[in-house]
Design a protein around this ligand. Sequence first.
Ligand code: 5GP
Length: 207
Amino acid sequence: MGKGFVLILSAPSGTGKTTTCNLLREKIPDLKISVSHTTREVRQGEETGVDYVFISQKEFEDKIANNDFLEWARVHNFYYGTSFQSIRASQKNGHDTLLELDVQGVETLRKMKYQGIYILILPPSIEEMRARLKKRGTDSEEFIQQRIETGKKEIKKYKLYDYVITNHEVENTVDIILSILRAEKVKVSHYSPPSLDIKELLKDGVD
Ligand code: 5GP
């Protein structure tokens, strides 16, 4: 059985990332989400081990020293990281895996030439992003401004990704992601002969 595909998704705050991921999960029930570790506080409705594994700064730094992370980054003064263990667990049985990373994490993985489908989701405008953050009502005005500034820096790094989707409407965004996944699966480089006779034919390597 193959290892399954890794979807690497980034979306600045206020882009509709959570709704997109939830709908994606609904549409691909087999999709495994890699649960990251973080030192940020738990938001209302979040659960440890489901949304994130919430740990202290000391615990996080011990894990860095232990080489437990495939990648990690500091975002808005908190640590976030993908542990080798979480990615191994989600890739079990050839399932496709979703990694949700900030742009620093993507830079790290690109440098490592980590195999995956890199997708950036963007808001239609900065104004729209600000409106969504305000509507969410979880952050102060100052923190919203900080998130917007981080978002602007992330948007400028769009060339790190294979695909960029403007999230006008979540259903449409998820449809595009599904199409990308389907197309990637039938790329020549991923072709696996479905029968022995076709496998034999391919061995001859006729041009
Ligand atoms: P939030 O606090 O809003 O859940 O996430 C803040 C940012 O951290 C988002 O951009 C999110 O994609 C990013 N993030 C979440 N988990 C990870 C991770 O494991 N690694 C990295 N590099 N970024 C992450």
